[in-house]
Design a protein around this ligand. Sequence first.
Ligand code: T4K
Length: 402
Amino acid sequence: MNDLTSLAIMGGNPAFSKKLHVNLPNIGNRDTFTNLVNSMLDSHSFTNNGLLVQELSKKISEYLQVKHCVLTNNGTSAMLLLIKALELSGEVILPSFTFISTAHTLLWQGIRPVFSDIEQNSWNINGDHCESLITKNTTAIIATHLWGRSCDITRLKDIAERHKIHLIFDAAHAFGCTFKGGMIGHFGRAEVFSFHATKVFHTFEGGAITTNDSVLAEKLEQMRNFGFTGYDQVSRVGTNAKMTEVCAGMGLANIESIEQLILANKMVYKQYQNRLKNFKGIKLIEYNPSESNNYHYIVLEIDEEQVGLSRDEILQILHNENIIARRYFYPGTHKMEPYNSLYPQINSTLPVTNFIASRVLLLPAGSGISEAEIIKICSILDLILKNPEKLRQQLKLKYKVV
Ligand code: T4K
C-alpha cells in the first residue's frame, strides 16, 4: 500500500476483510488431538486427574526440566492455589505492568498488592524499587517474566533471601524461555504458567504451577482437588482447580508441536524485525539471542514525538484496517479498579510503568499469520509514518477527539 487514500480511515476499504487478532490460538498436531479425544470418550474418563492430565504433567516436567508440574484449569487459579499453599499474607510486591489477574489473586485472598515500577529496558520488575517497598508485612515478591523475557532472577533471589520472603514467578508468557540457559519453570519457590488459548503452548484454558519442591507440589495437588487425600478423606482446605482431560488432550497435541510453533513465532518475529528496522519512532522489542525465547509477542514501543502520532492514534488507524492491535498492559493494574480507588497515591511512584503503558502496542503474531499479511501490516505502518499530520486531521474529523 502506498496511497494514503487507500487507508480505511481515509475512506478506503479495510486492508483485511477478516479481523487479524494478536494471538490466534495455535493448533498443534490435529490427529493427535482427535485421537486422544476419541480415546477419552471411549474411556469415559473426563476429569479428576485422568491419564491425559498425568501424561501431560510428565511431559511438561520433562520439557521444562523441573520435578513437578501441577496442572490446573487456568493460570489464575494456579496462582490462587500457590498463594494459599505458601500461606502468604499481609503485603506482596508485584509489578503493576502485568495482567490484572495477578493483583486480583492477592486481593481475593485478603492480601494487599503493592505495586513496583519496572525497569526501563526490560519492562520487568525493578529490583531497587521492589526492595524499597519491603516492610515487616511483606511476605513475597511475585515477578512476571513479561513477554517471556526473564526477570533479573539473580537480583530478585538475593533480595528475597536477605529479607526472608518468598519469591515466585508469573511465567504466563515464558513457556520455552530460559534464564542463563536454564528453562524457566524451576526458579524461585515456584513458577506459574498460563495455558490460555492465546499462549504459545495452550490447553484451551489451563495453567500450571511448576516447582522442584516435592512437599509443596503434593500440597498443591491436594488443594486443587478440594483437599482430598483419599476417597472419604480431606486433609486440608482446597478448591476445584482441576484440568479436564479434553484440555490435557489439546496440551499433548501442542507439546508435540512446541518446537515448530516456536520456530514459526521466530520466523514471524524476524519478518517484522526486517521490515520495521528503519521505522523511526517505532521500535520492536528485542529478545536476548543468547537465551531461548518463544517469540510469541510482537511488541512495539511508539515514540509519539518521532512519529507525529500517538500510540492510540495508530491503534485507531490499525483497527480501521481490521488489524486488532492491542495495548497490553495499558493502563497498568494500578489504574484499574479496585486498585485505582484503593491506592490513588501510588500513581506518582510508577513513572516507568506509566510511560511504557502509554507507548506499547502489540501486533498480530503467532503461527496463524502469513508473511503476506506481515508485509501488508508493515506497509500500512510505513504509510502512517509518512503522513502523520494528514492522518491526525482525519482522526479528529472522524472521531472529534482522539
Ligand atoms: N499472568 C499473565 C502475565 C497473563 O498474561 C495472564 C493471562 C495471566 C497471568 C492469567 O492466566 P489465565 O488465567 O488467563 O490462564 C487475554 C487472555 O484471556 C489472558 O489469558 C492473557 N493473559 C491476556 C494477556 O490476554 P484478553 O481479554 O485480552 O483476551 P481476548 O479475548 O481479547 O483475546 C485476545 C485475542 O486473541 C483477541 O484478539 C482474539 C484472539 N482469540 C482469543 C480467544 C480466547 C482468538 O482468536 N480465539 C480465542 O479462542 O485476555
